[in-house]
Write a protein that binds this ligand. Structure first.
Ligand code: DGL
Length: 289
């Protein structure tokens, strides 16, 4: 069983793709709706909330926890992998994030390769990255893309309130206004130059991809993070099949957990994923404020 973690509903954009791609694999999803959004929270708090979420998934039987969240990945993935997991008593378990596969797709370079390779070293595209405050201020996308493609210009744009507005079921008009504002601010940064590609670097944003599509120039290609993550997980599991565990129930299980209100979250999830199974409430620890 594979665990998928997000601060809220955003990781469902990834889970939905994974559930489609891997019809025989069981998944356990955890949305930390009690604490969403993470994007403007202090880094140490994001690390701690993510650690609890990952541990809850391990306790449910997942051996691999995929952070279906750019903010958690950008801020917490490395710290959990290096500082927590080795001494946490979870031998045979792992945490992986979604920044690495996205950078691989954006640079057409494997993550393990950290120096510019031909022909990508001559790539001089303009790449736009939209994300939460914490993802963008971490600088991880710019840094990791430019390591591999030093001539690529990476323009980052914080969309501080978009994930929260999506969680709060803001009106289409309000969401449209926030996306428009983000795209205009980005184009102002590029001084009118049109991005070749755009990374929607927050898993909530595919829920308003049509609005990004409407405001971005038609020539800008939007990289689909759920698709990229599914490709990458397929490759990862072929190299590390032990993370799937030994027993595969038929039909496979999709377990949906939330730290929020199960009925409310189930109703909201069904709006964009009608086949989503109902959520159950899980109490991890006291709500962090
Ligand atoms: N969906 C998340 C991301 O990919 C987090 C959004 C939030 O909680 O602020 O960044």
């Amino acid at each position: 069983m594979i665990g998928v973690f997000d601060s809220g509903l955003g990781g469902l954009t990834v889970l939905r793709k994974l559930a489609e791609r891997f019809p025989d694999i069981s998944f356990c999803y955890l949305g930390d709706h009690a604490n969403v959004p993470y994007g403007n929270r202090p880094s140490d708090m994001i690390v701690e909330l993510t650690r609890r979420g990952v541990e809850a998934l391990f306790l449910r039987g997942a051996r691999l926890a995929l952070l279906g969240c750019n903010t958690a990945t950008a801020v917490a993935a490395r710290r959990l992998q290096q500082n927590w997991l080795p001494g946490a008593g979870w031998a045979g378990h792992n945490v992986v994030g979604i920044v690495a596969p996205t950078v691989e797709a954006a640079t057409q370079t494997p993550w393990a390769v950290t120096t510019p390779q031909y022909p990508q070293k001559f790539n001089s595209d303009l790449v736009a990255v939209f994300g939460t405050t914490r993802t963008i201020t971490s600088g991880v996308y710019r840094e990791e893309i430019r390591k591999r493609c030093p001539r690529v210009e990476v323009i980052q744009q914080i969309c501080a309130h978009l994930a929260g507005a999506i969680e709060d079921e803001a009106s289409r008009e309000e969401l449209n206004g926030l996306v428009r504002e983000g795209v205009l601010a980005l184009i102002e940064q590029t001084r009118g130059a049109l991005p070749h590609r755009a990374i929607l670097g927050c898993t909530h944003f595919p829920l308003v991809e049509d609005l990004f599509r409407a405001h971005l120039p038609p020539s800008t290609r939007i990289l689909s993070q759920p698709e990229i993550v599914a490709d990458s997980l397929e490759d990862y599991l072929s190299r590390h099949p032990h993370y799937l565990g030994g027993f595969h129930p038929q039909p496979r299980n999709l377990t949906m957990l939330t730290t929020g209100d199960a009925a409310e979250i189930s109703a909201r999830a069904a709006v964009f994923w009608p086949e989503a199974p109902p959520f159950e409430h899980v109490a991890i620890e006291a709500r962090v404020v």
